[in-house]
Design a binder for this molecule. Sequence first.
Ligand SMILES: [Zn+2]
Ligand SMILES: [Zn+2]
Length: 281
Amino acid sequence: VSTTRGAQRREQPAPPAPAPLAVPVLDSHVHLDIVGSDGAGWSPAEQIAAARVAGVDRLVQVGVDLRSSAWSAALDLPEVVSTVALHPNEAPRLADLDAALTQIATLATHPRVRAIGETGLDYFRTGPDGVKAQEHSFRAHIEIAKRTGKALVIHDRDAHADILRVLDDAGAPACVVLHCFSGDAGFARECVERGYILSFAGTVTFKNAPHLREAAALTPLSQILVETDAPYLTPMPYRGAPNASYLIPLTVRAVAAARGVDVDTLCHAISDNGERIFGPW
Ligand SMILES: [Zn+2]
Ligand SMILES: [Zn+2]
């Protein structure tokens, strides 16, 4: 989630299905419940069916608050594994943050829950008042990830330096994913050196984002993922239209072009990385 949560208005029709990928991949970050909440009645089953046709046969459903995390943990579909967390924009809003974190820790033990996230820092939506609560929440999620041995999925908006500071200080879990990677080549290098996974979203296709293509170009194949963050961040040429997992091929092809690698090779790498980090489905 990069914008405020809630239903996104459909001002444009859903984009047509792209040519399917020959080698299936996963969507490493999707909000099936939010895609389905805009009144169009696009159910998880329908989103999954459309994704499968496009060559996207596995999805990671991401929780952002107690309600969506409980929903995600309970979701029992063979194509979907889940994550649970309090989003950094959610943490400062809670009257009893520690009680909510305790509930996240309980949900985190569910076998269909494969990662803790999205957590992190968001200095775009939250002012100085909320930053303390965000960091407290972020540190608590890091501990849950370490205790459960699950991956940590990070939301980082305008907070690159502090994300690294907190991870370095607290000690990072074995597997860290930077969802919707938004840094430049320099930040990408710092993340790659630490062994973190960089997950690229539709933003990598945006004309005004050459820094993301530079970041993708230097990310080793063993540390790369792709995601939609649907319903947000629809790839070009459909920016502003509703997003869903079936549009992943557009992002995969943009990353392959940026890296100068053929699409099938990239898909094999993404698929293997997904199974190593979240799997098996
Ligand atoms: Zn998200
Ligand atoms: Zn996010």
